[in-house]
Design a protein around this ligand. Structure first.
Ligand code: FES
Length: 386
């Protein structure tokens, strides 16, 4: 059942989706202070394994050394070249390709400077790569670009245990893809928060929008949750249930979707957990990182069932990629409409879309703005004010 009795207001003014200054403030106030799911421990197989990423315009290097993953801004302290040019791989040492400065893999301090006397006077450890906070939960690697602030455990709060259980060993990662769309990041995320469009956009894969009696919404400070009907395929469910039972796990018969503000969403169904992380890379461009995990067994003969579980989970991940691709194809046109200098109304949200005003109110609060509804027809005791 839905929580609200009435329709709800559009809380975010249209300018917040298209104004470059607002976007810069979002980076400072919302995105830099929060944790971003950016990689998995599966990508760090041994000492020296690394990946490079870009987050809010900052090039990053994540690299394993002394058994832990360390994060740096991937920029040389000498004359600002990118230090690691590859997207992933292995390196014995962090060395800039321009003049050969080398950096400590834990502290980021300069370790070796060719022709060092010509830089006199320079104290040891005075220059280095900028360190970035990295923490893990299960197999998930998170980065926070702001010093201090909350720990990852504090940030994830109630969902920490769930994510640790679903992605820690002996789970398996069965998919990891990256896509982009021309769209403001908030529009992409709002699309994930409602089942209103399902019956039209996803009818081929998901059928009609679920009935209200089949839905449940939970809204808490910092996150919301949807639960609805699961996989329609009885055969798939039977096989999945059989395999999961062999390793002592239960099937998620119903589908659930959780959104931890501001960029982390994940769905659970049939023993598979799929993360959809929407990272803004410009005012009008968003990157979608999709990572899927499934349950596995790690002892004895039960490993026999792992292969079957991974196979089904890969099929589930492919299925959901098709569903999400339908959204990604639509997003540029939704955004193009929202960018119009004149709009036919201030927008209106249905009860089925009630997770959206909750998210919008959170955005306004983080930005230090008054979370009042913008819709003239909005009820005065709407979600924006709860
Ligand atoms: Fe890196 Fe010169 S820019 S060593």
């Amino acid at each position: 059942m839905f929580i609200s009795d009435t329709h709800l207001p559009q809380c975010l003014p249209a300018e917040t989706y298209r104004d470059p200054e607002w976007y810069q403030r979002e980076i400072e106030k919302i995105l830099l202070p929060s944790w971003q799911l950016i990689a998995t421990t599966h990508e760090f197989k041994k000492e020296g394994s690394f990946v490079t990423r870009e987050l809010f315009g900052r090039p990053l290097l994540l690299r394993q050394e002394e058994g832990a993953i360390h994060g740096f801004v991937n920029v040389c302290a000498h004359r600002f070249s990118r230090v690691e040019l590859r997207t992933c791989g292995h390196s014995d040492v962090i060395r800039c390709p321009y003049h050969g400065w080398e950096y400590d893999g834990v502290t980021g301090d300069t370790q070796k400077i060719p022709d060092a006397p010509s830089f006199r006077p320079l104290k040891k450890g005075e220059l280095g790569m900028q360190v970035v906070r990295v923490e893990t939960c299960g197999s998930l690697v998170f980065v926070c670009l702001q010093e201090g602030g909350t720990s990852l455990r504090e940030y994830l709060g109630d969902v920490w245990d769930l994510l640790e259980t679903r992605t820690g060993r002996p789970s398996a990662m069965v998919a990891h893809t990256v896509d982009q769309s021309v769209c403001n990041w908030k529009i992409a995320l709002e699309n994930t928060l409602e089942s209103y469009h399902v019956g039209l956009v996803h009818k081929k894969y998901l059928g009609d929008s679920p009935e209200e009696v089949d839905c449940a919404h939970v809204m808490q400070p910092g996150w919301t949750y949807f639960e609805g009907p699961g996989n329609e395929s009885k055969l798939f469910q039977i096989v999945q249930k059989f395999l999961l039972a062999r390793i002592g796990k239960e099937t998620d018969v119903r589908y659930s979707h959780t959104y931890v503000y501001p960029t982390l969403t994940f769905g659970r169904v049939d023993g598979v957990t799929i993360f959809w992380v929407y990272i803004p890379i410009a005012l009008d461009r968003v990157e979608l990182r999709t990572i899927a995990f499934c349950h596995q067994a790690d002892t004895g003969w039960r490993r026999f069932w792992n292969f079957g579980l991974r196979l089904l989970a890969k099929g589930e991940a492919v299925f959901w990629r098709k569903v999400v691709n339908q959204d990604m194809a639509l997003l540029p046109d939704i955004y193009r409409g929202a960018k119009s200098p004149t709009l036919p109304s201030k927008g209106l949200i249905s009860r089925r879309e009630e997770r959206i005003p909750h998210f919008q109110k959170w955005i306004l609060q983080q930005m230090g703005e008054n979370p009042q509804p913008t819709g003239e027809s909005a009820p005065s005791d709407s979600v924006c004010n709860t």
